[in-house]
Ligand binder design. Structure first.
Ligand code: NAD
Length: 282
């Protein structure tokens, strides 16, 4: 197996899981974050998740050890991007920040690198325009947690080349992903549908239609969703969902207006699982 190198930017809820999947798939993988504490937390979470994988016989102890050997962490993106074959950006859902990351990558990454973004909703075409190589920019939307949820929503931006799409598909296959390919429109297929349900569930809670548990059980038992929309919002992070809702509200209209309760919870620091409290206690 060739030792291609993957750089994952952002070690938060998604970035560390994406790095784990890349390392297990045999890529030399570097996880980058500006925050050392996030890198430390990410590394611990990867070790814990791999240990669980070994316990459940999803991978052998040798495979886990080899994957950990292929994984490193860093703070300096420009330095580690120098020899990257693939970069997957997973910093917060903020266009200005993402464009800055893409500008750094444009300066630092080798001419042939594929530049991917894990954005949930923002325009990939707009990020690509921050580079001099928009043909190599593509959406790689992973799901939470990446080691377990195998969907990869590949988003083809206006100028994404056929070659970039083909290389991304090959990478997805090596990472054991099941792929859908969609065009670059706000929220793509997944977040657009997922947010409809998630925001309506919050409005129902606000209006006293039922408890969080009962609203979630409605979807889990009645519609066979593996997890109800409020628990899922806790896993995603209420701050992240709010940013996505604000963007979709601007782009697609009233049905995505963020509920007041969501704003209040984010202001109170109740961000879901990552802060210990959201619609549930964690
Ligand atoms: P998060 O807030 O948990 O993590 C983001 C990380 O990026 C933080 O550790 C932060 O320190 C780091 N960061 C900030 N600025 C940086 C910079 N300049 N350079 C390097 N690192 C930087 O966010 P998340 O939930 O992992 O979301 C990341 C992206 O993935 C967003 O675009 C989000 O929409 C998308 N996404 C999230 C989920 C989810 O379930 N949370 C699912 C799919 C996609």
């Amino acid at each position: 197996m060739t030792e291609e190198k993957v750089v994952v930017v952002g070690a938060g809820v998604m970035g560390h899981g994406i790095a784990q999947v890349a390392a297990v798939a045999g890529y030399r993988t570097t996880l980058v974050d500006v925050d050392q504490a996030a890198l430390d937390r990410g590394e611990l979470a990867i070790r814990a998740s791999m240990a669980k994988g070994v316990e459940r016989q999803k991978l052998s102890a040798e495979q886990a050890e080899a994957a950990l050997d292929r994984l490193s962490t860093a703070r300096d993106l420009a330095a580690v991007a120098q020899d990257a074959d693939f970069v997957i950006e997973a910093v917060p859902e903020d266009m200005a920040l993402k464009r800055r990351i893409f500008a750094v990558l444009d300066d630092a990454a080798p001419a042939g690198a594929v530049l991917g973004t894990n954005t949930s909703s923002l325009s990939i075409t707009e990020m690509a325009a921050a580079t001099s190589r928009p043909g190599q920019v593509i959406g790689m939307h992973f799901f939470n947690p990446p080691p377990i949820v195998t969907l990869l929503e590949i988003v083809r931006a206006v100028r994404t080349s056929d070659e970039t799409l083909a290389r991304t598909r090959a990478m997805a296959e090596r990472m054991g992903r099941e792929v859908i390919v969609v065009g670059d429109s706000p929220g793509f297929a997944t977040s657009r549908l997922g947010l409809c349900l998630g925001l309506e569930a919050i409005r129902m809670l606000e209006q006293g239609v039922g408890s969080a548990e009962d609203i979630d059980r409605a979807m889990e038992l009645g519609y066979r969703h593996p997890m109800g929309p409020l628990r899922l919002t806790d896993l995603v992070g209420l701050d992240t969902r709010l940013k996505i809702a604000e963007h979709l509200h601007r782009e697609l209209g009233e049905q995505f207006r963020p509920p007041v309760l969501l704003r209040q919870m984010v202001r109170a620091g109740h961000l879901g699982k990552k802060s210990g409290r959201g619609f549930y206690e964690w």
